[in-house]
Write a new protein. Structure first.
Length: 273
């Protein structure tokens, strides 16, 4: 399974990095919109929509909303950042409540469906806003990706080797505090490596204090995003969000952490500005 995960993730990761650094600026928003559309298709299933026609309608609704926001230049404003932070604070409260109640909280299919558009839209806006930053855009998106990828890898291996204390057993029994520590450690190492290479990449270096603080908060948000998707899957009674990516499951299984981490890093950038 691990070999299959690597064989799937490595070429996809390299392709995304090429888009971030080498493709025309308009390609990344289109790519993230396409991923959002696939995510919406899977999200509809988590919300209880089984008929392809209804899942397609849900997916098209999300894509239409992204198109409207793109035409309106919403990513250039600041209001959406505030709304995104409030949304993820609310999700964090939901996760804490679910953990405190031992998994007894039930989310209706309507609620699960309603949670999809803000989650997907805020992530898309964050990617667009980060990548649009003058000179630093590709660096910031790469920082986001390395934080999430590093956290995923660190959490996987440290959790398997030393994981003993459950992080949120009522939501995701496999996650441990030791794995979370491994996530943070490898993510910080990846962030510091990128920071050291910034001049070589032709990118400005952010302040080291901001980098470390933003990295910690972004990794924590990514863990929350992962737990949120795990909660939705448990509520829907499914193991994976889909079967598109061999060894990973569905698109949402691959990008769940990014959905929360991207808006939080964008908020950190707004605070710095």
């Amino acid at each position: 399974m691990l070999k299959l995960r690597v064989l799937t993730a490595l070429p996809l990761g390299l392709a995304v990095l090429w888009v971030v650094w080498g493709a025309p600026a308009a390609v990344l928003p289109g790519l993230i919109a396409a991923v959002s559309g696939l995510g919406a298709w899977e999200w509809a299933r988590l919300g209880g929509l089984q008929a392809p026609v209804w899942r397609a309608a849900y997916c098209l609704g999300v894509l239409l909303l992204l198109g409207i926001l793109a035409l309106g230049g919403v990513a250039e404003g600041g209001l959406w950042v505030v709304l995104a932070v409030l949304w993820w604070l609310a999700v964090g409260g939901l996760l804490l409540a679910q953990a405190a109640r031992g998994g007894a909280l039930r989310l209706s299919p309507v609620w699960r469906l309603a949670a999809g558009p803000p989650t997907l839209v805020f992530a898309w806006l964050a990617f667009v806003a980060l990548h649009a930053q003058p000179v630093a855009g590709p660096f910031l998106v790469t920082l986001l990706l390395l934080l999430v990828w590093g956290a995923d890898i660190g959490g996987y291996f440290v959790g398997r080797a030393w994981g003993r204390h459950k992080l949120a057993p009522a939501i995701s029994p496999g996650k441990t505090w030791e794995g979370a520590a491994g996530s943070l450690a490898l993510a910080l190492l990846a962030a510091l490596t990128l920071w050291a290479l910034a001049p070589t990449l032709g990118a400005p270096r952010p302040g080291l204090g901001w980098l470390l603080g933003a990295s910690v908060v972004t990794v924590a948000a990514g863990i929350a995003g992962d737990l949120f998707e795990s909660l939705l899957k448990r509520q829907a009674g499914v193991k994976d969000s889909g079967r598109l990516l061999p060894g990973h499951g569905g698109v949402l299984d691959r990008v769940d952490a990014l959905l929360a981490a991207a808006p939080v890093l964008a908020a950190g950038l707004a605070v710095q500005a």
